[in-house]
Design a protein around this ligand. Structure first.
Ligand code: FO1
Length: 322
């Protein structure tokens, strides 16, 4: 089998589910994961990069199989002790996970860029794929609720369980952000680019908003495939369904295909959304329907295998793009 370079744009849990299935199917060294950092936040004086850590822990084989974040089997002694000083703390950090944040914070305080620190952390967890933050610049998602409150992303998502209706979402710092070293190069060099079933508004659109990323993807020679984060009129997880509905958009692959128009050649949609195939094809998109749920590693592998095979088949149909 010819080696193929795969680039993945990643948010947190949805992306990790696909990535954990991808790496057994292609050589780990041939995979680059470009990760959203707009969810990053400072807690307890520590720099936390949830999506980067989720991807590193997943590729390092130390992520819990069901909960989407943190380390498998982690304890919370430090957090319990910290409640003495931060009695109303709501962001839960495990003891082992804490070591990652201590290391990242210490290195960042020395002036080391996030991309360098991320490579060091990935190496320490034995990760052989490349894990890149979308940018080394600070970008922070802010949520304006329908009631007019302005919330940091984690406050909305974790503390308030994404229950407040979203009126507006902003990515503070995004207009000034440059892609981290290797991001644009990975998109240019890729044979296949995968958009996993991440939430566009909270995960993938911030990555695409980093200067030069959208145009690198638009002009990539790669076959670009997306896996649907919705099935049968509902988001597979998280607040995506309500976010689409609040914009007056149906919770369907077609809404997502329109958001990523010109950036995706093929969509893997859920079997329950077969009726949408003709409308998607009218947008000039190749489509395959399959069970896209990934509750187990076996399901992640099946979806990843199908996604790669589908991406390669688009290449056969169209011949090499110039
Ligand atoms: N998500 C939660 O729902 N509750 C938590 O207490 C929490 C802690 C946490 C610690 C480290 C980390 O890397 C992620 C953590 N997450 C937690 C998940 C995370 O905030 C979100 O899932 C992502 O930001 C969404 O992509």
């Amino acid at each position: 089998v010819a080696r193929q370079k795969v680039a993945v744009l990643a948010g947190g849990v949805g992306a990790a589910r696909l990535v954990r299935g991808l790496v057994p199917e292609v050589r780990a060294e041939d995979v680059t994961v470009i990760v959203n950092t707009a969810d990053d936040e400072t807690f307890y004086g520590l720099e936390i990069s949830p999506d980067l850590d989720t991807i590193v822990y997943t590729l390092g084989g130390v992520a819990p199989p069901r909960r989407g974040w943190g380390l498998a089997g982690d304890t919370t002694h430090a957090l319990e002790a910290a409640r003495r000083f931060w009695p109303d703390s709501w962001f839960r950090l495990g003891d082992g996970d804490l070591a990652t944040h201590l290391y990242r914070t210490a290195r960042r305080r020395d002036g080391t860029p996030l991309s360098t620190v991320t490579a060091e952390i990935a190496r320490a967890f034995g990760v052989r794929s490349r894990v890149l933050p979308m940018t080394d610049a600070p970008v922070r998602t802010r949520i304006t609720t329908r009631r007019g409150r302005d919330l940091a992303f984690q406050e909305w998502f974790v503390r308030r369980r994404a229950r407040d209706a979203v009126a507006r979402i902003r990515y503070r710092g995004l207009v000034r952000a440059r892609p981290a070293p290797g991001v644009v190069e990975a998109l240019r060099a890729a044979d296949i680019v995968v958009l996993p079933p991440s939430n566009p508004f909270t995960s993938l659109l911030p990555i695409l908003g980093v200067r030069g990323v959208r145009s690198a993807l638009a002009g990539a020679r790669a076959r670009r495939v997306a896996v649907s984060p919705v099935a049968g009129g509902q988001a597979i997880r998280g607040p995506l369904g309500r976010m689409l509905a609040a914009k007056g958009l149906p919770v369907s692959p077609l809404s997502l295909a329109r958001l990523y128009r010109g950036l995706v050649d093929g969509w893997v949609v859920d079997e329950s959304d077969r009726a949408e195939i003709p409308a998607l094809e009218r947008l000039g998109i190749a489509v395959v329907a399959a069970d896209v749920s990934m509750p187990t590693i076996a399901r992640s592998r099946a979806v990843a295998r199908l996604t790669l095979r589908f991406a390669r088949s688009i290449g056969c149909q169209r011949g090499p793009r110039t």
